[in-house]
Write a protein that binds this ligand. Sequence first.
Ligand code: URA
Length: 436
Amino acid sequence: MLPQEFIRAKRDGKPLDPAEIAAFIGGFEGERVTEGQVAAFAMAVFFNGLARDETVALTLAMRDSGDVLDWSGIGRPIVDKHSTGGVGDNVSLMLAPIVAACGGAVPMISGRGLGHTGGTLDKMESIPGYSVTPDNALFRKVTDEIGCAIIGQTGRLAPADKRFYGIRDVTATVESIPLITASILSKKLAAGLQGLVLDVKSGSGAFMGTEAEARALAESLVAVANGAGLKTTALLTGMDEALASDAGNAVEVRNAVRFLTGEHRDPRLQAVTLTLAGEMLALVGLAESREEGLAKATTALSDGRAAEIFGRMVHALGGPSDFVEKMDAHLPKAELVRDIVADEGGVIAAVDTRALGLAVVALGGGRTRPQDPVDHAVGLTRIAGLGTELSKGDVICSVHARSDADFEKAEAFVRGAYRFGAAPTERPAVIARFEA
Ligand code: URA
């Protein structure tokens, strides 16, 4: 079928055949399907949607546009987590070693931050020497022998998604649930996983702002992933405030190491991390039930095995051998650390989490264009959470900045992010679970 006839069918709301979908995506190679045709198809889907079987076919076609990783010979179940992204969301740094300590293999292919949300790769690159682009042999060896490796996109995983996403980004067609579903899952399927747990965020700092949108995305992801043969469940978690009490790059790595060693654990972060770990262990048969998975994960955290695995992974990928013990000597620091304090007393009634993420971007810790560099040292720490009662002069957060001017830019975002008033009704950290 000609690309224009295929686009016309979607434009007119007619069903698409899986073979036609595969042929259209196959035409991305060598740009036989033009940029204009990709954009027109994206807009037709934006308005008319895709049926579940069409979304499965699109996901599989995008997976098959490149390599699919082969983990045969690794004697552990291959399992990963994907989060739709948030602020102060350093869960991956603790989750991967916890699951590895319980017998899973977690080849965690992560992304960089864009806009107000942080990226795991930027955080890991705060560690001197750590390489997020090891060759395939080292990636495999670390995943096999240590149990987890947090790295960047390798080889040619779902190249059709890269082209499709680039075109969607500039044609106002990103916000389509079937297109988001196929985009996320094509990359996860190409990673050769046996199990996937999704952390879909809802709230002021989330990609899907409303709970209804986040639920719809979670349902679509779970149905399509299972339809494409990947065992998947999803949790809906709250992003109405920063998840960790720190947001930035090095400051979130420090938060993660303190979490792993037991020096400090933010309660909501702990709830999300351990619930995801329990879910992952149960999904791939490393625990009989979620409850048993949660208990195993909790033990691997409290007996120090997860911290030890994190330290070994960091060293195996080029970081210092004593990183966990001496992180303060290794992590970059900003020249200026100054508190933002409350002008008057009150209870924190609402937090615009997105604005906190934008404060980190204003400091240089995030990026607004994919090609921008990030400053690993800057960020926010001691971020006050929802429901906290502050007196005049109490700390709202500490700003780690390069200059007074940067501090002032961040302060404007932070002050604008907080609303004082009646204590909000508490939402649990983990709001809902979705399964096939
Ligand atoms: N993240 C992705 O990987 N793809 C999308 O389409 C949206 C978010």
